[in-house]
Design a binder for this molecule. Structure first.
Ligand SMILES: NC(=O)c1ccc[n+]([C@@H]2O[C@H](COP(=O)([O-])OP(=O)(O)OC[C@H]3O[C@@H](n4cnc5c(N)ncnc54)[C@H](OP(=O)(O)O)[C@@H]3O)[C@@H](O)[C@H]2O)c1
Length: 509
């Protein structure tokens, strides 16, 4: 890691180095802290991107002390930090972490936390800058936020205070508004960082660069040239022992409301007045405002739900969703979603944007595929074309990050056969470096006070508003048997039907 060329280092130079600060992680014994947050903070430390005076306070319920917790984090780093630097570096980093035991629902731990933060300030000269990170179950958000307010930890007398809140932010429009009211009673909007880690991915940020740093795409980025768009977020994983959580969530809340709709907005938004948090987020909100609302009766025609049935993936026999631990035998929770959206504005009127996402699909892949309209006049005979293909521009978010363009080309030789070929850009090959983890970028931005890559409350609520009619319709339908798809296939037959009805088909990945 020490030798890795990290683009964030240049980015931070372009911006500023974060000021002396303390990060308090709520839920520090959890999975997210171990797999993502601590490895990302360590990576920033190794890269020299953290301030000189920096501390991490790890807040959780289990009985541990600094030494035990640091040892746990050493193991976590060995497992999840990739190239782990040398042991001096690691010890140096681990010494920055302090364990703080407490129950989120009690007030005393927050009084003690306030005392510890004051102590750090007076003894070690660390300023009052604080970043609270809620890496906890959503059911605990209200209590933590209210207790932080009661302990007057929502404002610092000598510096800034910010709060990062993990997804999901609400489970429908009503609960998102309620949660927002709780947060905004204690923190101001400019202190709140709602995280969607997709926005921290280099390839997601590159959508803006691709569209707005180049002049050649803007003239064709509209309904005159684009036939339709397919956004795919496919996973090979199942629920990974988190059946209880998934039963309450389903893929629409877990992926569509946040990751998929973020990709949708970045693809469809108008050029912002500037690349800053307010201009970019204003444009994303405008896209969501223009999306045609589903009427309840449209839901059955334009949205497909599915659930995985037992099957094989990469040579492994795997159980169905209903056989997973914590899942009800008559569950109607969707593990697959496909839908057709329209944006009612001048740029996109009548251009369908299809989103599909699912678990236990054949491949892990996220991409936006833009299908262009055919040439106005077909001058080459059908016989000359071995395959009929549209021009497709694919923005590959993960894995194999890159961009490809498919177009027709003449097959070499005396005949005039035509076949589609692909022009390919790959991040790895062109830049010779692995993109940093999304959490690295987002933690650094939050420390720097840049909220461009975080979700604003109106954006979050517009996304829920769009999906609410689906939830209402599904509630009316109750516990019906959802269309099944075999593990390792691309979803239920009904999803193919959705495109076939429009004389189209899903891109083969
Ligand atoms: N894991 C991921 O990859 C991932 C990805 C994206 C988003 N998220 C989001 O991140 C959040 C955390 O996920 P996670 O997977 O890390 O959860 P997790 O493994 O279940 O961890 C929950 C943490 O919260 C603590 N906790 C729960 N109730 C508490 C209480 N009353 N008092 C004190 N501590 C309490 C637990 O402490 P004890 O263990 O000490 O009880 C533990 O540290 C969730 O909102 C999730 O949706 C997670």
């Amino acid at each position: 890691m020490a030798d890795r060329k990290n683009p964030l280092r240049d980015g931070a130079r372009l911006k500023r180095t974060p000021q002396a600060s303390t990060v308090v992680i709520f839920g520090a014994t959890g999975d997210l802290t171990k797999r993502k947050l601590v490895p990302s903070l360590y990576s920033l430390h190794v890269e020299g991107l953290l301030p000189q005076d920096f501390k991490i306070i790890a807040f959780a319920r289990r009985d541990k002390n600094d030494e035990i917790f640091r040892n746990d984090m050493r193991e976590a780093l060995q497992q999840h930090a990739g190239d782990i630097g040398n042991s001096t570096r690691m010890n140096q980093f681990l010494s920055l972490i302090h364990y703080h035991r407490g129950d989120f629902n009690q007030t005393e731990p927050y009084v003690e936390l306030a005392r510890s933060l004051e102590k750090l300030k007076s003894e070690r000269g660390i300023t009052g800058n604080r970043l609270f990170y809620l890496a906890t179950p959503p059911s605990t958000y209200d209590a933590i936020i209210e207790n932080l307010g009661a302990a007057k930890l929502n404002k610092s007398t000598s510096g800034w205070t910010r709060i990062i809140i993990e997804k999901p932010f609400g489970r429908d429009l009503r609960t998102a508004i309620e949660l927002n009211n709780v947060v905004e009673r204690v923190f101001a909007e400019d202190q709140i960082y709602r995280i969607d880690h997709y926005l921290g991915k280099e390839t997601v940020q590159n959508i803006l660069v691709f569209r707005f740093a180049n002049g050649i795409f803007e003239p064709i980025w509209n309904r005159r040239y684009i036939d339709h768009v397919q956004i795919t977020v496919a996973e090979t994983l199942g629920v990974e022992g988190r059946g209880n959580f998934y039963e309450e969530t389903g893929i629409t809340r877990d992926i569509v409301q946040n990751h998929a709709l973020q990709l949708f907005c970045l693809f469809a938004m108008e050029p912002p007045a500037a690349i800053d948090s307010s201009a970019v987020r204003n444009e994303k909100v405008k896209v969501l405002q223009a999306v045609k609302q589903f009427r309840e009766r449209d839901v059955d025609d334009m949205v497909v739900r599915g659930q995985y049935a037992a099957g094989s993936l990469m040579g492994r026999r795997l159980p169905s969703y209903k056989e997973e631990e914590g899942v009800a035998p008559d569950s109607a929770t969707e593990t697959y979603f496909a839908a057709k959206f329209f944006i009612d504005n001048w740029r996109w009127a009548d251009v369908p944007i299809y989103i599909r996402t699912g678990k236990r699909l054949p491949k892990r892949v996220t991409e936006i595929a833009i299908y262009f309209k055919n040439a106005p006049l077909q001058m080459f005979s059908e016989k000359a074309r071995s395959q009929v293909g549209s021009n497709v521009l694919a923005l590959r978010i993960q894995p194999d990050e890159g961009i490809s363009l498919r177009f027709d080309s003449k097959v070499p030789g005396p005949s005039s056969f035509i076949r589609p070929v692909t022009m390919d850009f790959r991040y790895g090959t062109s830049f010779g470096q692995t993109p940093p983890d999304a959490y690295e970028r987002l933690l650094l931005d939050a420390l720097l006070g840049d909220s461009t890559l975080f979700t604003r409350s109106d954006e979050n609520q517009m996304a829920w508003r769009l999906l609410d009619p689906l939830f209402k319709r599904w509630e009316q339908l109750g516990k019906i048997e959802l269309p099944q798809y075999q593990i390792g296939t691309w979803g239920p037959a009904q999803a193919d039907g959705l495109l076939r009805n429009d004389q189209r088909e899903w891109r083969r990945l």
